[in-house]
Write a protein that binds this ligand. Structure first.
Ligand SMILES: *Cc1c(COP(=O)(O)O)cnc(C)c1O
Length: 401
């Protein structure tokens, strides 16, 4: 996507907007599958929660991907996109039996992450194969907000509880067809990941009728120049080798599964917003855009960095800016950012806006959620309209007062 194309999109569809590049998504998908080409059966399940527009799900379906879903609504979105239920894995945590039973009716793969539900489910539906989510107690990355495999994490069944799992399986006659882990969102050290994989293999050995091993996600993508990223090629080479050895020992070619979200869509997305006000104060220069954490919450929520480019005037001299929003709340996107000199009305492009950006947007301050645009085969297509006042009123029930 050229800057001229992006500026044209803001003229056509207004601002702010999210723009996604289908080619980048496709290339990331191919890069990951290529890295694991030595594995006989590989399945990628795209994590729907990263970016859940139905057109994105359709694109993944065309690529041959399955889906990783964390709510029954995400399952329904996947089915609406035409994805075969057998290629959808349902990995909720802390949900009720009712929600699991709805998922069974829809024919998707169930993944259970606690003993209580495992026991109830096995007693009631021994014929339905189930995957179990383990907690390998491995610390991935340093950020406990996004690292979910450590000892205090609420996710998964502890590996120390496997004797109890085996007892439940025996007592209920249920079948475990997959073992799953998802250690977190920042795999920087392949050694740590391979260590967690060994723990998963150790658990897997104890189950006789497995079909797949799901290694979750945690692929890190660069968020600024010179940022570290997961070396998927190296991981692919090393894990594939170990996986193939495991299958030989196990006596069956299992499917190796992953469920990346961020890796597949983060870099494919840009968030475009317009500068309403440039405000010089005694300590900084604010660039105030027509947005806030109602549209893009990651910088305030996780402290994440999104590089920002002034696509209206990319060649001007750079200055330091504090980029903030227009909602009534401290909503700082970035401090001390070097950006080409900004004039009022300029369009700023935020990078890495494909994953966990639109999908976390809200209506705070009664603002509309942005439009979404897909750049596909050299054409910009609207894939979600900007909300309208009717959307804000839709579910409100007016009563006599
Ligand atoms: C969120 C999530 C993912 C995707 O994580 P990314 O860091 O976006 O790749 C995968 N699996 C499960 C179970 C998740 O909850």
């Amino acid at each position: 996507m050229k800057q001229a194309d992006l500026l044209k999109m803001t003229q056509e569809f207004g601002s702010p907007i999210y723009v996604y590049d289908s080619e980048k998504i496709t290339n990331q998908y191919k890069r990951l599958t290529e890295a694991f080409k030595k594995v006989k059966h590989l399945r990628l399940h795209y994590a729907v929660k990263a970016l859940s527009n139905v057109n994105i799900l359709k694109l993944f379906n065309q690529l041959g991907s399955g889906l990783d879903t964390v709510s029954i609504q995400e399952v329904q979105l996947g089915l609406a996109a035409g994805v075969n239920p057998e290629k959808i894995i349902f990995t909720p945590n802390g949900v009720s039996m009712e929600e699991l039973e709805k998922a069974v009716k829809l024919g998707v793969q169930i993944n259970i992450d606690n003993l209580l539900i495992l026991e109830q489910f096995g007693a009631k539906h021994p014929e339905v194969p189930v995957c179990i989510r383990i907690n390998p107690h491995v610390m991935a990355g340093g950020n406990t907000n996004i690292s979910v495999g450590h000892i205090d994490s609420k996710f998964g069944i502890s590996i120390h509880q496997m004797p109890h799992v085996l007892r439940i399986v025996e007592n209920t006659g249920m079948r475990i067809n997959g073992i799953h882990m998802h250690t977190g969102s920042d795999i920087l050290d392949i050694g740590v990941f391979l260590h967690a994989a060994e723990i998963l293999f150790d658990v897997a050995k104890q189950f006789e009728n497995l079909e797949f091993l799901d290694f979750g996600s945690g692929f890190k993508v660069p968020y600024h120049d010179n940022d570290i990223e997961t070396n998927v090629e190296e991981l692919g080479q090393k894990l594939s080798k170990r996986f193939n050895e495991f299958c030989k020992d196990y006596g069956k070619d299992l499917t190796l599964a992953f469920e990346p979200g961020k890796f597949l869509v983060s870099e494919a997305g840009l968030f475009l917003a317009k500068v309403n006000v440039v405000k010089q104060t005694t300590s900084t220069v604010f660039a105030q855009i027509d947005s806030g954490f109602n549209h893009l919450i990651r910088p305030m929520f996780y402290g994440s960095n999104h590089d920002i480019i002034n696509i209206s005037h990319p060649k001007r001299n750079k200055r330091f800016y504090s980029v903030v929003g227009y909602i009534c709340e401290t909503d700082t996107f970035a401090n001390n950012k070097m950006i080409s000199e900004i004039s009022e009305g300029d369009i700023l492009a935020f990078k890495n806006a494909g994953a966990y950006c639109f999908s976390m947007a809200s209506n705070y301050n009664s603002r509309f959620r942005p439009a979404e645009v897909l750049w596909h085969k050299g054409k910009a297509q609207l894939i979600r309209q900007r909300e309208t006042f009717e959307d804000l009123m839709r579910n409100q029930v007016e009563v006599e007062l």
